[in-house]
Write a protein that binds this ligand. Structure first.
Ligand SMILES: O=C(O)C1=C[C@@H](OP(=O)(O)O)[C@@H](O)[C@H](O)C1
Ligand SMILES: C=C(OP(=O)(O)O)C(=O)O
Length: 461
């Protein structure tokens, strides 16, 4: 295999926009024996935020059952409410209330806080174009460097006036007029599939619908585009795909519906990884038989690391092998899973390469640089490639593991900490982005009993 090395400038994910970081350290628990546990996971971020957006655009109310309640979904709820959508919590089973969404006229004249949520910053600008007044988008300091050019450029090409001071990043203002002409548009979605999903979700509400073409050299995270297309189909909107990287949506209504949100299978990754690290077994209930979630790929990928996967109806159990095997993976479709897989590879008994994931430099942080810096900080031997990482075996020692406000970097530190004493994860609270209960669930997985010392992340809806 040809490996081209990436020569990184000294890693600083924020430049001058460094956010204030909490100095809180979380002592990652070490597993002294094989873990045998079952972990029930909350709803999928990607499904919840798509269904919230589609419910706001629909022609009738929708009920979301067992949606995710996390920072990313709370930001989406808050943003849609401020645009004019009514969203109320209604009783559901368990701790995560259902959401009843009643679409209203999109009003605009508001400011949307995107936090660090790609789904909020890429899915909502088209809705702001359909709104009656201006909407300003901003977010965390770390969000202000995430690429937005394809969203801003395409909406402009479709007739929307956007003021971004020529910078093509947050903050920017969409001057909505209540309608978007729609029609033909071409984008480069090589840095995120969310540019495609954001346009497709709203396209049926454009006057002339949408004929979208992707013109860049690669299209990452394609399962997430398939998820968008499936969510639209379930609401009566057909997306035609005349060629790879081309989508057509006719103008029409988006139906309201009742929808069960599946558990977040990408967030199953750290727990299933724990089975491999401790040579134990971890079971996830309610694993959907069929799904568009890329997390389902874990059932194919984890056996490559030496795991055995057992399916019993909706129960999925992953059992660790004698050791963690090195892997050679090309993962453009599953960048979201890469950080946790890299953590596993750092504990393997040989050299691994994971490629095809250059776009994850544009996720919550530059994940390739972050993972290399943190594993190497514990004595590891990770080399950045231009589109991935090479991970060579090395004895790891304890130390501080920085999270860079990234939930998946944080959980990667927790995975390594199971096997390496003395790993202190900085800002474990960043897991609230998609899994506020992560520290509790991790503790329960290890000890079987609820932890008392964790204050759950509180959300005001
Ligand atoms: O549409 C979505 O819900 C997502 C798409 C993917 O983004 P990229 O295409 O930027 O990788 C994924 O990594 C992200 O976590 C969620
Ligand atoms: C890339 C991710 O998030 P976002 O939706 O903010 O892009 C992620 O959750 O791994």
């Amino acid at each position: 295999m040809q490996i081209s090395r990436y020569s990184a400038p000294e890693f600083d994910p924020y430049g001058d926009n460094r956010p204030e970081e909490s100095t809180e350290l979380w002592a990652a628990p070490v597993a002294s024996e094989p873990i045998v546990a079952a972990v029930k996971l909350p709803g999928s971020k990607s499904l919840t935020n798509r269904e919230l957006v589609l419910s706001a655009l629909a022609d009738a109310p929708s009920l979301l059952r067992r949606p995710l309640h996390s920072r990313d979904s709370a930001l989406m709820v808050q943003a849609l409410r401020s645009l004019g959508t009514r969203i109320v919590e209604v009783d559901g089973e368990g701790p995560d209330p259902d959401l009843l969404v009643t679409p209203g006229e999109l009003l605009g004249s508001t400011t949307i806080d995107c936090g660090l949520a790609g789904t909020v910053m890429r899915f909502l600008p088209p809705l702001a174009g359909l709104a009656l007044g201006p909407t300003t988008f901003d977010g965390d300091e770390g969000a202000r460097i995430r690429p937005m050019a394809a969203t801003i450029g395409s909406l402009r090409d479709l007739g929307v006036d956007i003021d971004d001071n020529g910078r093509a990043v947050l903050p920017f203002t969409v001057h909505g007029t209540g309608r978007i002409a729609g029609g033909d548009v071409s984008i480069d979605a090589s840095s995120s599939s969310q540019f495609v999903s954001g346009l497709l979700l709203a396209a049926a509400r454009f006057d002339d619908g949408l004929h979208l073409r992707h013109s860049g050299e690669r299209l990452p995270s394609q399962p997430h585009i398939e998820m968008t297309i499936a969510a639209l189909a379930a609401r009566g909107v057909l997306v035609e795909e005349p060629a790879v990287g081309e989508w057509i949506v006719a103008p029409g209504a988006i139906a309201g519906r009742e929808v069960d949100i599946e558990p977040d299978l990408s967030n199953a990754a750290p727990f299933l990884a724990a089975a491999l690290v401790t040579r134990g077994s971890v079971t996830i209930p309610d694993w959907p038989e069929q799904t568009t979630q890329v997390g389902d790929e874990l059932l194919r990928l984890l056996p490559l690391f030496g795991a055995t996967v057992i399916r019993d109806g909706s129960l999925v159990t992953v059992r660790g092998g004698d050791r963690i095997l090195p892997v050679e993976l090309h993962l453009p479709e599953a960048g979201e899973l890469a950080p946790n897989l890299v953590a596993l590879a750092a504990l393997a008994n040989g050299t691994s390469t994971i490629t095809g994931i250059g776009h994850i430099r544009h996720h919550e942080t530059d994940r390739l640089a972050a993972l290399a810096a943190e594993i190497n900080g514990l004595g590891g031997r990770v080399t950045e490639l231009d589109d991935g990482l090479m991970i060579e075996p090395a004895p790891l020692h304890g130390g501080v593991w920085r999270s860079y406000a990234d939930h998946r970097t944080a959980t990667s530190g927790a995975i390594i900490g199971l096997a390496v004493p003395g790993v202190d994860v900085h800002d474990i609270g960043s897991t609230a982005k998609t899994l506020p209960a992560f520290p509790q669930l991790w503790h329960e997985m290890l000890h079987g009993a609820p932890a008392t010392q964790f204050e759950p992340f509180s959300l005001t809806l």
